[in-house]
Design a protein around this ligand. Structure first.
Ligand code: RBZ
Ligand code: NIO
Length: 367
């Protein structure tokens, strides 16, 4: 499945991109006045192979949840049970990601790829008639049970996963992207939940970019100075132990990744293979995107960076991917929140190609 998906990832369609550039030049606005949105619209035309490309409607956020053996090294101030408890919160519609998904009209799918504790999924799961405060729920949050193992192993002691486990997690992500695309999603958004998951994200970013552990590591949920220094040493120790080879992305994911990182890498590849744009959230998403790019360099063409996470590693990863984030609000939450906030920017970029009049059609004089 992974090999077939990688083989299906192809380059942008140059003729659709040329058509989009020519159309942009005829629209009733000064050339270039929509800044980054213009090049984004051209790229999405190239991805779809048509001009204009379809408006990216029926947005779907997929929140991959997993736990981390490296949590035992005290790299996060939060107890591991919070991962499963937040999955319960996502399904009840009470998390920040749910509020933003309702605002954006996006569906929410939560995928358990390896939560360590039993999920507190309520019997009175909402029926779609309303969110927690009477807000409309466009689609009831859905749970997909696909645990590969109940949390990774501690990467400072041994590989976080076997190659088989990492591959299984990647294939869960590919499958979710395919299912959402089959259900009509015009754009896929990445989400994550996993206490301690900024530590493997930092290790992945260091492994794929060659950045020093200190550059790739951030404070995550907000660790204090001594814990931050310790977290950098934990990332450094894991890299020293495994010496992951960036040319072997499955090996890197297995050694120092997480189940949700591996699944997100597959999700990005699955979107790219289906030529559906994938809107990346924060540091966990971009660390997984580096793995996707290592598997299939052309997959970067399908990626849109939703925002610049406050985590320093996100900027290191975005630079390597050659992606400029759409918004920069100092967010450091994850869940898919930054991607959801950026969604109207992406939709707007495409809507322009569908709806804006040309100088000819509107009878507006040119300069
Ligand atoms: C209540 C709560 C909700 C969250 N939603 C996302 N995260 C984010 O924080 C975690 C990563 O940070 P670290 O590596 O420092 O543990 C991940 O679960 C991520 O999704 C949350 C964290 C907490 C505590
Ligand atoms: O950028 C993110 O996605 C992020 C940052 C801090 C904690 N959790 C997630």
């Amino acid at each position: 499945m992974l090999d077939n998906t990688i083989a299906a990832v192809g380059p942008l369609d140059e003729s659709a991109m040329t058509a989009a550039r020519q159309l942009q030049a005829r629209l009733t606005k000064p050339a270039g006045s929509l800044g980054a949105l213009e090049e984004l619209s051209v790229r999405l035309a190239g991805l779809a192979g048509s001009c204009p490309p379809p408006v990216p409607d029926r947005a779907a956020v997929a929140i991959f949840a997993g736990d981390h053996g490296v949590h035992a090294q005290r790299v996060s101030p939060w107890p591991q049970e919070v991962t499963g408890q937040m999955v319960g919160n996502f399904l009840a519609g009470g998390a920040v990601v749910n509020a933003f998904a309702r605002q954006a009209g996006a569906s929410v799918t939560v995928i358990d790829v390896g939560v360590a504790t039993p999920l507190p999924v309520a019997d009175d799961h909402p029926d779609g008639s309303g969110g927690p405060h009477g807000a409309p729920e466009p689609v009831v949050p859905r749970l997909v049970n696909a645990p590969v193992r109940r949390g990774t192993r501690d990467m400072t002691v041994t590989a976080a996963m076997t190659r088989q486990e990492a591959l299984a997690a990647v294939e869960v992500g590919i499958g979710v992207a395919g299912d959402l695309a089959d259900a009509g999603a015009g754009i896929l958004l990445t989400g994550d939940m996993g206490i301690a998951n900024t530590t493997p994200a930092a290790a992945l970013i260091a492994a794929f970019t060659g950045a020093d552990a200190a550059e790739a590591t951030g404070r995550g949920t907000g660790v204090d100075d001594p814990t931050y220094q310790h977290k950098i040493e934990v990332v450094r120790a894991a890299l020293r132990r495994h010496e992951p080879d960036p040319a072997d992305p499955l090996g890197v994911l297995a050694a120092v990744g997480g189940l949700e990182h591996a699944a997100l890498a597959g999700f990005v590849l699955g979107a790219a293979a289906r030529r559906v744009p994938v809107l990346l959230d924060g540091v966990i998403a971009v660390s997984a995107a580096l793995a996707a790019a290592a598997f299939a360099p052309d997959s970067v063409a399908a990626m849109v960076a939703g925002h610049r996470s406050a985590e320093p590693g996100a900027t290191v990863a975005l630079r390597q991917l050659g992606l400029t984030p759409l918004i920069d609000l100092g967010l450091r939450l994850g869940e898919g929140t930054g991607a959801l906030l950026a969604l109207p920017v992406v939709t707007g970029a495409v809507r322009v190609l569908h709806e804006v009049a040309t100088f000819d059609s509107a009878g507006v004089a040119e300069k």
